[in-house]
Design a protein around this ligand. Structure first.
Ligand code: OAD
Length: 260
């Protein structure tokens, strides 16, 4: 064991998480949770944003500058998400939610836009960064509601049927605000949380990278699960478990006897 990993908690029966001990559980997930489903992460090995030609599509401006190119990229994300299947990590979190007592509150906050948590059966969740599977209008005044969309619009410039503005995926670009309702639910949950677990996130993107600190402030036990240590560290976490989400989460949920 190196000095760097000396503080890491081994995952053993003795250290397993007893979810029954907590009243208000908040789980934060990031792209690492969907890697085993074949969806590339944004950063690190194989990360989408490693290529500047791709990274520009994280910015809202790219839609105006190159709508066809932007939609080619979103089409790829959309079809990849649609073809993917939830993996053992998604399933473990859905199982955990179903196994809780009525007096326990639970919120799964996901930064992922692939819809895989819902497909695995998670219900009490917020999509902090929206969904690549939905489309909405760019028109500020337009009343077109975001809708589930199977079209991919690759290489096209799709137009709103109501107002003629460009259509966009219903996800949050860099620099945009998160969905108001999602943030409100998140804030409520973080006020009373007593167990906070972040899984498969690099911890680089605001506002989710501040949630461990809020949880700590609320008095929660805070745990970080990832295949690598967070760059720069985050002293808001009490424990770090190094491992793949799809291996660690099913073990934690099973070991606590919460498997349904
Ligand atoms: P990142 O791609 O930044 O980080 C993914 C993390 O998952 C990295 O720390 C990897 O080491 C880790 N990882 C990879 N495989 C894993 C596995 N099998 N199990 C556990 N961990 C694994 O993704 P996020 O933190 O989610 O925004 O990024 C946050 C936001 O930045 C995204 O939601 C996205 C992006 O711009 C939008 O799409 C709006």
């Amino acid at each position: 064991m190196t000095e760097e990993t000396a503080d890491l908690e081994p995952l053993s029966d003795a250290d397993a998480l007893d979810f029954g001990r907590y009243r208000n559980i908040v789980i934060l997930t990031g792209a690492g949770v969907s890697v085993a489903s074949g969806i590339p992460p944004f950063r690190g090995p194989g990360g989408l944003w490693n290529d500047p030609k791709v990274e520009r599509f994280a910015h809202r401006d790219s839609l105006d500058e190159d709508p066809e190119g932007a939609w080619r990229f979103f089409a790829l994300l959309r079809s990849t998400a649609r073809k993917a299947q939830p993996n053992a990590a998604h399933q473990a979190l859905a199982r955990l939610e179903k196994s809780l007592r009525p007096d326990q509150s639970f919120l799964l906050i996901s930064q992922n836009v692939d819809g895989l948590h819902q497909r695995a059966g998670s219900r009490r969740m917020v999509e902090l960064h929206g969904s690549v599977l939905r489309t909405r209008c760019t028109g500020a005044e337009c009343d077109l509601e975001p809708f589930d969309d199977t079209e991919t619009y690759a290489d096209t410039k799709p137009i709103c049927p109501k107002c003629g503005s460009l259509l966009r995926p219903d996800l949050v670009f860099f620099g945009e605000m998160c969905n108001h309702e999602a943030e409100w639910q998140t804030k409520q949950a973080l006020r009373r949380v007593d167990l906070f677990v972040a899984v498969g996130t690099s911890g680089t993107v605001y506002p989710a990278n501040g949630y461990a600190r809020s949880a700590r402030y609320a008095g929660a036990e805070t745990i970080y699960i990832n295949v690598e240590l967070m760059e720069g560290g985050d002293d808001s976490f009490d424990r770090t478990i190094l491992g793949k989400a799809e291996e660690v989460l099913p073990r934690i949920v099973a070991e606590t006897g919460m498997r349904l």
